[in-house]
Design a protein around this ligand. Structure first.
Ligand code: CA
Length: 223
């Protein structure tokens, strides 16, 4: 089996061990030590699978998984250190495909990786490009082709926001819903943050059919 596995884990010993086992099975492994770094790596290149440790410096693995799910269907396996973390993974429905509890045997983890990949290959791939109002929003390249033929690359957050609207095009989304999906559950910012980013998108993508639904939120018009 081939593919790149992105490991987000702050313990170098575990990373070294997993690299050994994954490479032996024909995978290549990219290692990030923090959630922020991992998300950045995922923006730069596609991964067949992401392994995320829950206990990370900076944003934790739960939040990393949420942010991945806001824009991507890549399979995710969570690495947990405690039973209480397992409850969190299962209870919060953060969209992880599986989890393993530390200490785990590398052999078992590799078996889980293969099983999750087999399952995920059976499900239809999410469209990589969504077209609305003459704009082509490319989820893989994270850029937008405008009706007049220009290519615009919004900031990472602006793109996450646009992609979320695009995946739910035709639906009215509240500012709270958008904040939770794009900024994450634990983000305590104001809903005005959403307005600011929408304004930026409208400025960069003149004519993008993002409609303001007064008193509720926003809708990207379908078609
Ligand atoms: Ca850790």
């Amino acid at each position: 089996m081939d593919g790149t596995v992105l490991l987000i884990e702050d313990e170098p010993d575990i990373a070294d061990l997993l690299r050994l086992y994954l490479e032996r099975e024909g995978f290549s492994m990219v290692h990030a030590e923090t959630g922020e770094d991992g998300l950045e790596r995922l923006r730069e290149r596609e991964a067949a699978m992401v392994l995320v440790d829950i206990g990370l410096p900076g944003i934790d693995g739960i939040e990393v998984c949420r942010r991945i799910r806001a824009t991507s269907d890549v399979p995710v396996i969570m690495l947990t250190a405690r039973d209480s973390e397992v409850d969190k993974v299962v209870g919060l429905e953060i969209g992880a495909d599986d989890y393993v509890t530390k200490p785990f045997s590398p052999r078992e983890l590799v078996a889980r990786v293969k099983a999750v990949l087999r399952r995920s290959r059976g499900r239809p791939a999410a469209p990589r490009v969504i077209e609305v109002g003459g704009f082509a929003i490319d989820g893989g390249r994270r850029e937008v082709a405008t009706p007049d033929g220009r290519v615009v690359r919004p900031t990472a957050r602006e793109f996450d926001l646009l992609w979320y609207l695009a995946e739910h095009r035709g639906l009215v989304l509240s500012r709270g819903q958008i904040l939770e999906a794009v900024w994450g559950y634990d983000y305590f910012g104001e809903t005005r943050t959403v307005d600011v980013h929408i304004r930026q998108l409208r400025r960069k993508l003149e004519g993008i059919p993002i409609e303001t639904v007064w008193g509720v939120g926003y809708r990207l018009e379908d078609g």
